[in-house]
Design a binder for this molecule. Structure first.
Ligand SMILES: NC(=O)c1ccc[n+]([C@@H]2O[C@H](COP(=O)([O-])OP(=O)(O)OC[C@H]3O[C@@H](n4cnc5c(N)ncnc54)[C@H](O)[C@@H]3O)[C@@H](O)[C@H]2O)c1
Length: 286
């Protein structure tokens, strides 16, 4: 079945980027968040990104208007009733995600694939909240969605080949490179590799070995990474790093390497979550 209309649940950093990608490939999009102001913020972000694309000559103003015209914001879950495919991008909280999937399962037609953008959590458990576990999979985009090329496609225990194939095809249509994660395992591929490097960076600062700035400089100049771990955490959200790591600790045998450093917990307690709160490891108020 052709995918003409896509539902995106959550209009935050990831959800609005995913909605933009879906609209760019010609799909109608229903973008849902819980408050009007969150929906409006998501749509404003898309508008801002596309305005820059017009300035750079990548698209013209009429193309921008067409893309924006395909996106409908809403706070009503019932507006997703007639979509052909759903991508969930609410915050990284397993119970919340399970509740959203249960609701979607009751609402959407039985053939509709329900994909989650979770960074780390079990697709098997999310799928178990539905009556269609074979049609649930992970579709893990990276931040910022319109720029980052990768999408991890993740199998839950019951996910069937058709679901993987359709989801992979959709990601490719969005111009993405896909990898298949064959087993449902915490953090999949990229975050299983990325989180330990963030934790080590925090521990290095905590132990007084080097400053935040110097750790970022060392990683960029010494490993040729485009961003240092602290810059990256500020972009992706320090809370996401924390939630994912807490999940790793719980799921990966409570090994001591996954214990969150005190400094990471302090940042969460201080609500210094990165760019989205105006400050994290660095000040972003300007
Ligand atoms: N930030 C990243 O770099 C990144 C990268 C890849 C994947 N992810 C994953 O994507 C998901 C979203 O992350 P984010 O960074 O966009 O978070 P975010 O905090 O920017 O946005 C989450 C949005 O979900 C909304 N929300 C909460 N409950 C909802 C509900 N029931 N229905 C609809 N909307 C609801 C919130 O109001 C918020 O606007 C998480 O699972 C995260 O782990 C994040």
């Amino acid at each position: 079945m052709e995918i003409k209309k896509i539902g995106v649940v959550g209009a935050g950093a990831m959800g609005n980027g995913i909605a933009q990608m879906a609209a760019q490939i010609g799909c109608d999009v229903v973008l849902r968040d819980i408050k009007d102001e969150f929906v409006a913020r998501g749509i404003k972000n898309i508008d801002r990104f596309l305005s820059k694309s017009v300035e750079k000559g990548k698209i013209d103003a009429s193309q921008k208007d067409e893309i924006m015209g395909r996106i409908k914001g809403t706070t009503e879950m019932s507006d997703l009733k007639n979509v052909d495919f759903v991508i969930e991008a609410v915050i990284e909280d397993l119970d919340l995600k399970k509740g959203v999937f249960k609701e979607l399962d009751e609402l959407c037609a039985s053939h509709v694939i329900l994909a989650s953008n979770t960074s780390s959590m079990s697709l098997t458990e999310i799928a178990a909240a539905t009556q269609r576990p074979e049609k649930v999979c992970g579709m893990h985009f990276f931040n910022p969605v319109p720029i980052m090329k990768l999408v991890e496609i993740i199998r839950g225990y019951a996910t069937n080949d058709e679901t993987i194939n359709i989801t992979t095809e959709l990601a490719k249509k969005m111009g993405k490179i896909t990898v298949e994660v064959k087993k449902d395992s915490p953090g999949f591929v990229v975050n299983r590799i990325m989180i330990p490097h963030m934790l080590e960076a925090i521990k290095i600062v905590e132990e007084g070995i080097a400053s935040i700035e110097d750790v970022d400089t060392a990683v960029k100049a010494g490993l040729n990474y485009p961003m240092g771990p602290f810059e990256l955490m500020d972009l992706t959200g320090i809370d996401i790093c924390y939630f994912v790591n807490e999940y790793f600790y719980k799921e990966l045998n409570k090994e001591s390497k996954w214990v969150s450093p005190n400094l990471l917990k302090t940042m969460i307690r201080a609500n210094r979550l990165g760019r989205k709160t105006g400050g994290g490891w660095y000040d972003h108020r300007k």
